[in-house]
Structure formats: C-alpha cells, structure tokens
Ligand binder design. Structure first.
Ligand code: A3P
Length: 301
C-alpha cells in the first residue's frame, strides 16, 4: 500500500509506528487486571473489541442503550497501544485505561504484558480475506498521499513473501498460537471464521476466559444473544458514532465496517493466487495443529 517498513525484531514494522512501538515496549506497565486484544490489522479486531467490552461491562450497563458502544467509535473502546497512545515514563492520563489493543507480534510485546497476569485475546483471520480487507482499507484511506500504491498482484506477491504490516502473517499468527498452547489461561486464540459460524459459543468462551462466565440466569434471560446482536456487523455499521468523520485525520470511521463476510477474496484474487497462499500456509503451519480454511462460500459478484 506504499507504507514504508523497517524490519524490527523479525517483523515488518510500519515506519510511522516505530517510535510508538519502542516507547510502548519501554514504558508500558501492564497490570494484572488489564485485558489486551491482539491481532493483525483487519482480522476482526473491532468486532472483538465490541464483544469483549460488552461482556466485561454487562453489569455496569445492563440497559444496553446506555453503553458507551453508542457514543464511542467502536475501535476506541480498546485504545491501541501503538496507534492511539504515546508512552512516556510517567503519564497519569494513561493510568485508568483498563483495556488495550495491539498489532505488535507476541515476541515484541512490552515485557510487562508477558510478566504480569494480564490476559491476551488474539483474533486471527484467513489470510486471503485479511489481505483483501486490508487492501480496501488502505486504498480507501489513502495512507500515503504521494506514493503510488502497489498493484494488487504486486501487493499480493509481497504479502506471500512475508512483507506486510506487522508480518510475516504466519509468524504473527504462530507467535500467539504457540503462546496459547503454552499457556491457555494467558492467551485465548480465536478465529474470525469461527465467530461468524457461532458467535454465541465464542462470546461464552471469552467470558469464561476472562473469569466472568454467564450465569444460568443470564443465559435464560438471553443476555448472550443481546450482546451478539448489539455487536453484529449490521448494528455496529449503522451506529451514528461509526458513520461519519475520521480518526487519525485520514481514516474514515466508516471504513472499519466494510462487508463483514467470509470468503470475499474470491471477488478479487485468482485461483492461482489462492493456491499459492494455500500451499504457503500448509508449509508454514505444518505440525502446528493450526488450520486456516480459505475455501470461499461467497457467490462471486
Ligand atoms: P471486511 O473488510 O472483510 O468487511 P479490523 O476490525 O481488525 O480492522 O477488521 C475489519 C474487518 O472486520 C472488516 O472486514 C470489517 O468489515 C469486519 N467487521 C467489523 N465489524 C464486524 C462485525 N461486527 N462482525 C463481523 N465483521 C466485522
């Protein structure tokens, strides 16, 4: 997309994020109570933010109409460690934030995240849809004004060679996958496609992981379904707070809600491209126990 990268600790770090990442690594002090949502961009982070926020705050805002979900642009429910916040030695304004998100790979997270008892929820997505989603996002928001964006096939070739924001894709995913295998109480590993298939099941799983499972009474009252409805793509997209205006000066708030489907890549990538990625992930994820289904069920436009 024309963004400049620097290779840092084995990953492709967007140059415009480098200083913030260094400062977060140096100064961010995770507390045991923090919840960290981690992902590669365009993997379903915004959806996970809305769900997690609604799960943990369900007793504070039992009447959903009063939830900050209606007044806060959804991505900002969990401010991003490297995009939204600049970490300094002492910054009292940051003391009270409990929820954070990040795109930084597992091995480059601030040490305090690993050493504290804070929980990490990672959301992954099949690489073809993630790539197409990112492509739309960066073109729509014209990240780099003067640079000519790469053609689709060039950008895809780079993606397959691991050159992608916070990539290589497989290293990012495997970092969190292995951390999850090592300590499933610390890291919950989710897939966008699984959430699409059964969001209720995954909402319960998140609540259990965070130590606030739904009681039988809550389940009977339909609290889980209320949350999933509140956080559905259709609902989030039509919220006034997500419709107009920009963040970071150039990113349209509405661009976080595009299509929300599994398999949309079929409308943009050739079968040969998909095959190349399938082979790659087969090799990269071999023996990891992790499988990504890139089969598209979407009917071609
Ligand atoms: P598409 O571009 O394929 O539509 P992120 O939040 O990590 O930036 O990811 C954005 C992707 O998640 C976009 O994918 C967006 O449409 C989709 N998305 C946003 N909210 C969603 C929701 N509530 N349910 C399902 N998908 C959602």
């Amino acid at each position: 997309d024309g963004v400049r990268f620097v290779k840092y600790q084995g990953f492709w770090c967007a140059l415009y994020l480098f200083r913030q990442i260094l400062s977060a690594q140096k100064h961010f002090k995770a507390k045991d109570s923090h919840i960290i949502l981690a992902s590669l961009p365009k993997s379903g982070t915004t959806w996970l933010k809305s769900l997690t926020f609604s799960i943990v705050n369900r007793n504070i805002y039992p009447n959903h109409e009063e939830s900050p979900l209606f007044t806060c642009h959804t991505p900002h429910l969990f401010p991003n460690l490297e995009f939204d916040l600049y970490w300094e030695q002492e910054n009292p304004n940051l003391q009270n934030i409990q929820n954070f998100s990040t795109h930084v790979p597992f091995h480059s997270l601030p040490k305090s995240i690993i050493e504290s008892e804070c929980r990490i929820i990672y959301i992954s997505r099949n690489p073809l849809d993630m790539f197409i989603s990112y492509r739309h996002f960066s073109l729509e928001n014209k990240f780099v004004k003067d640079a000519t964006p790469f053609e689709l096939d060039e950008a895809f070739d780079m993606f397959c060679r691991g050159i992608h924001i916070m990539g290589p894709f497989w290293d990012h995913v495997l970092g969190f996958w292995n951390a999850h295998l090592e300590n499933p109480r610390k890291v919950l590993f989710l897939k966008y496609e699984d959430l699409k298939e059964d969001v209720t099941f995954n909402v319960k799983k998140i609540a259990e992981f965070l130590g606030c499972p739904f009681s039988p009474e809550e389940e009977e009252q339909g609290v889980v379904e209320e949350i999933t409805k509140l956080c559905s793509f259709e609902n989030l997209k039509k919220l006034e707070v997500n419709k107009n205006g920009h963040v970071y000066g150039i990113v349209k708030k509405s661009s976080y809600f595009r299509k929300g489907e599994v398999g949309d890549w079929i409308n943009y990538l050739t079968p040969a491209m998909a095959e190349r990625m399938d082979k790659l992930i087969e090799t990269k994820f071999k023996d990891s126990g992790l499988v990504f289904n890139t089969q598209s069920k979407v009917v071609k436009n």
